[in-house]
Design a protein around this ligand. Structure first.
Ligand SMILES: Nc1nc2c(ncn2[C@@H]2O[C@H](COP(=O)(O)OP(=O)(O)OP(=O)(O)O)[C@@H](O)[C@H]2O)c(=O)[nH]1
Ligand SMILES: [Mg+2]
Length: 313
């Protein structure tokens, strides 16, 4: 792509043109656009949006919650970006239709952009890609950006690493899961949501979470718990108000600022590691590995062979 073309796409994306936003995302995902070049244009515009992780077990109602939050956020004249990472779909965009249907409050609103992505870990990992996507959404002016992931704590989907705020969503039946994770969940969560509170035992789960919080000796930050139901709408307004308030006060929020800094450092480390690995794999070194035969491995340990590879240029 010529730099003139990229300039045009960037201009359009910044003006919230959905096609240009998608083009940027697909471009960096497929490698048609240089991530480095795109990032150098957009990064400085990416710190004004709040990035909120919505994570939890499959089917907890994460997408439904975001859908219900949309009108509340739009009432305040704020715009919304959503990135839904779908682990069940190896093909990018595979769940696009599914999420479009679930997040139907996004339809016909040009201030709400929804993008699904598959969870294949190519081109530097899903989390990295989601982070770059969220920068693109921020660049396009989205005030509140949600990143939906399934599962809690697995490193691959560790959404808390790329967001300003992580919401863990559970359902009344999540008791066992919570017991298993115990204090681990406290390290990940900034906000708890017990969704599907129209079902029985929602209060029991809130109590279990509270018990874990109070049993943790560490001087832990106060973690709010919201009880919501996407069916009756209960609790959604309070949850939305809290998130909107967080967006409103993010400029003065030291915790968010220090997270932005630690994200920046982590991204730098990732870039360095990728660059070094890429530099390492010269043609000769790749050829050496490819030509390794059954005899070679009888006499030398992998460590010794690596020493030989390092001697190659
Ligand atoms: N009873 C009840 N059902 C709900 C509630 N929220 C969501 N659901 C239903 O739960 C199912 C899953 O909802 P989703 O919003 O797709 O859940 P999710 O966590 O995004 O699911 P995955 O992305 O597949 O992990 C759907 O059938 C929803 O209608 C709720 O508060 N109460
Ligand atoms: Mg979902």
């Amino acid at each position: 792509m010529s730099s003139k073309n990229l300039k045009k796409i960037l201009e359009n994306a910044q003006a919230n043109n959905f096609i240009a936003i998608s083009e940027l995302m697909t471009g960096i995902e497929t490698g048609a656009l240089s991530r480095k070049e795109v990032s150098s244009h957009i990064f400085k515009h990416s710190l004004n949006s709040i990035k909120i992780g919505i994570t939890g077990p499959p089917g907890a109602g994460k997408s439904s919650l975001m859908n219900q939050l949309i009108p509340k956020i739009r009432e305040k004249n704020l715009s919304v970006g959503i990135i839904a990472i779908d682990p069940s779909s190896p093909i990018t965009g595979g769940s696009f239709l599914g999420d479009r249907v679930r997040i139907n409050n996004a339809v016909d609103d040009n201030e709400v952009f929804v993008r699904s992505m598959g969870s294949r870990a190519e081109l530097g990992g899903v989390t990295d890609l989601a982070e770059d996507f969220s920068d693109i959404l921020a660049f396009s002016g989205k005030d509140i950006i949600f990143i939906e992931t399934v599962g809690i704590g697995q490193s691959e989907y560790s959404v808390s690493e790329i967001t300003d705020l992580t919401t863990l969503v559970f359902v009344p039946e999540s008791g066992d899961e919570i017991q298993l994770l115990k204090a681990g969940i406290l390290e990940l969560a900034d906000v708890f949501v017990v969704n599907k509170s129209d079902r029985k035992d929602a209060n029991l789960l809130v109590r279990s979470i509270n018990n874990i919080i109070s049993a943790t000796k560490k001087d832990i930050k106060k973690i709010p718990i919201f009880k919501t139901s996407c069916k009756s709408g209960d609790g959604i307004a309070d949850f939305a108000t809290a998130l909107i308030a967080c967006h409103g006060s993010m400029k003065e929020n030291d915790q968010i600022k220090s997270r932005q800094l630690s994200r920046f450092s982590r991204r730098m480390r990732n870039i360095i590691e990728k660059d070094i690995i890429q530099e390492f794999w010269s043609k000769d070194r790749i050829k050496f590995i490819e030509n390794l035969n059954k005899e070679d491995i009888k006499f030398k340990s992998p460590y010794e062979i690596v020493d030989n590879i390092k001697k190659l240029k």
